[in-house]
Each structure stands twice: as C-alpha cells, then as structure tokens.
Design a protein around this ligand. Structure first.
Ligand code: NAP
Ligand code: G4F
Length: 322
C-alpha cells in the first residue's frame, strides 16, 4: 500500500486530496498543527480512514520525525498561510510558513526520506501583474502580495532541490479552485454564502471590494487529481493547471445571485476595506502542457461550480435555521 503524507489536510484541497488518495488505495497520513479547538470540519467524514499526526511547517524537527516514522512515498505540501489580504497584514508569518516552510519540508525529505516524491502547492499568484496572456509554465513571475512573493520562493526552492539534490520534486502552478469547502473569506464562498443568507432573510447586503478582477476559477475536486498525476510521471516537471476561461468577480456575483432568483444590484455594497494595496487584475491559464502530458481535463465548468456552491450553502443555511 503506497503511503502519502499531506500537509494542510484540514484545508479545502487537503480534504479533497485525502478522499482521492484513499480511493486510489493509499495509506494517508495527515499532518495537522496543534490548536486549542478541533479543526477537522472538512475531514470528519474520513477521519477514521486516515492517520492524523501533529507537525508544523514552523518546526523542522517535527517534519524530520514524520519522514523517519512513516517514510511516505509521496509528500503533498498543501499547508500555507493562503489568504492574500492576511499576507499584507502578516507578511513575516506568511514568509515563515508559505516560503521557508517549503525549505523545511524539503530538508526533512533530503535528510530522512530522499526517495519520496514531493508536490509543492504553487499558484497563479506568482504571475501577479501578468507579463503575458494566458499564463503558462514559462511566463515570467511578477507577484503582487507578500503571499505571491512567498509562493515564488516556494516554487523556486522546489525547482532548486530537484536540480541540486536530485529529488523528485514538482511545483503545480494551480489557478483559483473553489468548492463548497472553500474558506468563507475567499470571494467565491463569501458570495455564495451571502446569497443563501440573503435568500433566507438572514442578511440584507454583501460588502465586496474590487469587482473587476478576473480569475480562472475551477473546481477543487478536479485540481487534486492533477496534483496526483504530476507525481506519477517518469520525470519530475512543473505544470500549470486551470480551465483557460476567465471571469470577473462581478460575473461570479451576477450568476450566483441570479441562480437564486435574486439581482445582485439590490444587495451589493462596494467597500474600501476589501480592496488590496496591489491587485492581480487578470489570471487565465494556458494548461496545454497538463492536458497533453498528464491528460488532465477539468470536469466542472464555471456555471456548474457556482450552482454546486450555492446549492451547498442553501442546504447549510436551511439546516442552521431548522
Ligand atoms: P486552505 O484551505 O487555506 O488550507 C491551508 C492549510 O494549511 C490548512 O490545513 C491549515 O491548517 C494549514 N496550515 C497553515 N499554517 C500551517 C502551519 N504553520 N503548519 C502546518 N499547517 C499549516 O488552503 P487551500 O485552498 O486548501 O490551498 C492549499 C494549498 O494550495 C495552499 O498552499 C494554497 O496556498 C495553495 N493554492 C491554493 C489555490 C486555491 O485556489 N485554493 C490555488 C493555488 C494554490 P489549519 O486548518 O490548522 O488552519
Ligand atoms: O478569493 P480571493 O481572496 O482569492 P485570490 O486572492 O485570487 O487568492 C486565491 O487564489 C490563489 C490562486 O490564484 C491562491 F494562491 C490563494 O491561496 C487563494 O486561494 O480573491 C479573488 C479576487 C481578488 O481580486 C480580490 O481583490 O476577488 C477580489 N475581491 C473583491 N471583493 C475580494 C473581495 N476578495 C475577497 N477575498 N473578499 C472580498 O470581499
């Protein structure tokens, strides 16, 4: 039975990846950091099928211990401070976890488990103020936030360990991917959750920032398949993963409210607090390398994603008020 270690298993992607790997017959080890309350909401339905162990990307020895104890065949580093606005208010923490955390886990692999295959959760945020449209593996980086800068470091240190220490290490440059398990502070979930609350009379308005930013939004369940596929190749290589279709935040809002029979103009308040010091205006992926080499294709489109998220939030709110 192959063994996979997932950091960030309590996050959106970690939960979908764990489900996917269990379905493929893996033993799944999930690294969680210590907290004073339980953070297993997204994985409680599979908790009995996975091995949960404590560790933290701040703490080198915890990572070495994990490698020595479990000798995972595959390591998926999904843990990060992943929210862009927080990276402006906590840039040092973001650098510690999202940038240096990658070196710590690569060092643990190099020292204690060098045959492991390593996946780094890289991101389209590294393209930031984009130098070409659409963006592919060779598009120059121009990050626009401390998060984006930290992810450039994580991306390049992964390439460096591959080239210097002969590790099987890859960076997956994933564009925005969402789901009913997306954190409530990210714009898609913020909108679908607000739609459900407004529809049920629990809220009257939604406060948003820049409505003109464009993103290439896909479904998280599709993207975790691509992560696994990257680690099954003969040679390690980096891949861009996205749908190739871009929409504005305004489009997302319009469709989500319309799907619930509402007009977003009646509820939207533009709020300065949600604008960023520097914005990423336009992201759209050229995933032809992933399509050709991995044979990866997304299965859920933009409209399907919005419907799935609104439906799930409607059910959640209905349960709350029962
Ligand atoms: P997420 O929901 O924010 O999950 C982040 C995970 O990291 C959580 O499990 C969190 O644990 C864990 N974590 C944070 N700090 C940690 C630390 N110091 N030590 C150990 N674990 C720590 O993020 P996601 O959306 O699933 O994204 C997964 C990864 O892909 C992230 O690296 C993100 O930056 C990257 N990414 C995401 C997207 C996207 O659109 N979703 C696109 C490209 C790249 P707690 O539950 O304890 O907070
Ligand atoms: O949903 P967002 O916060 O996601 P963002 O910044 O694109 O980052 C996400 O995707 C990245 C991949 O490209 C990941 F690496 C990263 O970890 C994260 O998962 O914001 C999307 C857009 C931005 O342009 C933002 O300015 O929505 C705009 N926006 C407008 N009003 C808002 C809001 N974003 C948030 N979070 N909240 C608002 O009220």
């Amino acid at each position: 039975m192959p063994v996979a270690l997932i950091t960030g298993i309590t996050g959106q992607d970690g939960s979908y990846l764990a489900e996917f790997l269990l379905g493929c017959g893996y033993q799944v080890i999930g690294m969680v950091r210590r907290s004073s309350t339980v953070t297993f909401e997204r994985i409680k339905h599979i908790q009995d099928e996975i091995t949960i162990v404590q560790g933290d990307l701040h703490d080198q020895s915890s990572l070495v211990d994990l490698m020595e104890t479990y000798h995972p065949d595959e390591v998926y580093n999904l843990a990060a401070q992943s929210f862009v606005p927080t990276s402006f208010s906590q840039p040092v923490l973001t650098g510690e976890v999202t940038a240096l955390g990658v070196t710590r886990i690569l060092e643990a692999i190099r020292l204690a488990n060098p045959q492991a295959r390593f996946y780094q959760a890289s991101t389209s945020e590294i393209f930031g103020k984009v130098r070409e449209v659409p963006q592919c593996e060779t598009t120059p980086f121009y990050p626009r936030s401390p998060y984006g800068v930290a992810k450039v470091y994580g991306h390049l240190i992964t390439v460096n360990y591959r080239e210097s220490h002969d590790l099987y290490a890859v960076s997956g440059i994933l564009f925005n991917h969402e789901s009913p398990r997306r954190g409530l502070e990210f714009v898609t979930r913020k909108i679908t959750h607000a739609v459900a609350r407004i529809k049920h009379g629990l809220a009257k308005e939604i406060h948003l920032g820049n409505l003109d930013a464009r993103r290439d939004w896909g479904y998280a369940g599709d993207y975790v398949r691509a992560m696994w596929m990257m680690l099954q190749q003969e040679q390690p290589s980096d891949f861009v993963v996205g749908t190739g279709v871009t929409h504005s935040v305004r489009d997302f809002c319009d469709l989500a409210f319309s799907y619930a029979g509402l007009d977003y103009h009646d509820f939207l308040v533009q709020d300065e607090r949600f604008f960023r010091p520097a914005e990423v205006d336009l992201l759209v992926a050229n995933s032809s390398k992933a399509q050709q080499q991995l044979k990866w294709q997304p299965e859920v489109n933009f409209e399907g994603l919005i419907e799935m998220m609104v439906d799930a939030d409607m059910r959640m709110v209905e349960k709350e008020i029962e």
